[in-house]
Write a protein that binds this ligand. Structure first.
Ligand SMILES: Nc1ncnc2c1ncn2[C@@H]1O[C@H](COP(=O)(O)OP(=O)(O)OP(=O)(O)O)[C@@H](O)[C@H]1O
Ligand SMILES: O=C(O)c1ccc[n+]([C@@H]2O[C@H](COP(=O)([O-])O)[C@@H](O)[C@H]2O)c1
Length: 199
C-alpha cells in the first residue's frame, strides 16, 4: 500500500511591522487555524520602497521576535532584511521556496495590501509560488476582484481596528499602546525611545 505524505503548510506573514500589533497576530493565528498551517513565518520588510521613512530593520525585527516568541508555531525570518535590495514579495517567496522546497506556501495579507497586489513586482509569477489569503481589516473592503480565483482565498477575521501608524502616533503624543501591541513590544518601544519624534 502506498501512502502520500502530507506536505508541510507554511504561512508567510509579510509586513513592515513598525511596530507589530495584535491585528497582525490575530490575522496570522486565524489563517493558521483555517488553513491547517504547520507554521507561520513572519517576514519583516527590509527596504519597503513604497514607504518614505521606516524604523531601522533591526528594531522591527526584534519587536517581531518578541511578539511571536510565545507561540511555538510562529517564527521570524530575516530573508527580507538581509537582502541588500528593495523588498519585493517575489524575492521573499523565491527565497523561502529555496529554503523550504518541500512546503506549500500561503502568503497572508490584509485587504488593504491585497487590493494593491496587481501593482507588485512580477505579479504573474507570484501566483505560482504561493496561495494568497486575504484577511478582512476594518476600514478596508475585502475584495479579490480581478485576481485569479484559484490562487486567492478570502477570510473574515475578528475585526481589530489597529494600525502601526496609529500606534506610532499614540507613542508620539504620549498615549498608551498597552493591549494594542504585546506587552514586550510596549517595553521595547519605551526602552529604545522609538516613535518619540515623528519624521
Ligand atoms: N488590524 C489588521 N487586521 C488585519 N490585517 C492587518 C491589520 N493590520 C495590518 N494588517 C495586514 O498585515 C500586513 C502587514 O501590515 P503593516 O505592517 O503594513 O501594518 P499596518 O498597520 O498596515 O502599518 P502602517 O499603518 O504603518 O501602514 C498587511 O498585509 C496588512 O494588510
Ligand atoms: O512586491 C511588491 O512589489 C510589494 C509591494 C508592496 C508591498 N509588498 C509586500 O506586502 C507586505 C505588506 O507590506 P506593508 O509594508 O504594507 O507591511 C510585505 O510583505 C511587503 O513586502 C510587496
Amino acid at each position: 500500500m502506498t501512502s502520500t505524505a502530507r506536505r508541510p503548510r507554511l504561512g508567510v506573514m509579510g509586513g513592515t511591522f513598525d511596530p507589530i500589533h495584535h491585528g497582525h497576530l490575530v490575522a496570522a493565528s486565524e489563517v493558521a487555524q483555517e488553513f491547517d498551517l504547520d507554521e507561520v513565518v513572519f517576514v519583516p520588510t527590509g527596504r519597503p520602497y513604497y514607504k518614505e521613512v521606516v524604523t531601522p530593520a533591526e528594531h522591527r525585527y526584534l519587536m517581531t521576535v518578541i511578539a511571536t516568541a510565545s507561540n511555538p508555531r510562529f517564527t521570524v525570518s530575516r530573508v527580507d532584511i538581509d537582502r541588500e535590495k528593495p523588498t519585493y514579495t517575489i524575492d521573499t517567496l523565491r527565497d523561502l521556496r529555496r529554503e523550504r522546497p518541500d512546503s506549500d506556501l500561503f502568503f497572508i495579507s490584509g485587504s488593504d495590501a491585497i487590493a494593491q497586489i496587481l501593482s507588485w513586482k512580477d505579479v504573474a509569477e507570484l501566483w505560482s509560488l504561493a496561495h494568497f489569503v486575504a484577511v478582512s481589516r476594518p476600514g478596508h473592503v475585502l475584495s479579490v476582484s480581478g485576481l485569479p480565483e484559484q490562487d486567492v482565498s478570502l477570510l473574515e477575521v475578528p475585526a481589530l481596528a489597529i494600525s502601526s501608524t496609529d500606534c506610532r502616533d499614540r507613542v508620539h503624543r504620549g498615549s498608551p499602546v498597552w493591549y494594542l501591541v504585546p506587552d514586550g513590544v510596549v517595553q521595547y518601544i519605551s526602552k529604545h525611545h522609538l516613535y518619540r519624534s515623528v519624521e
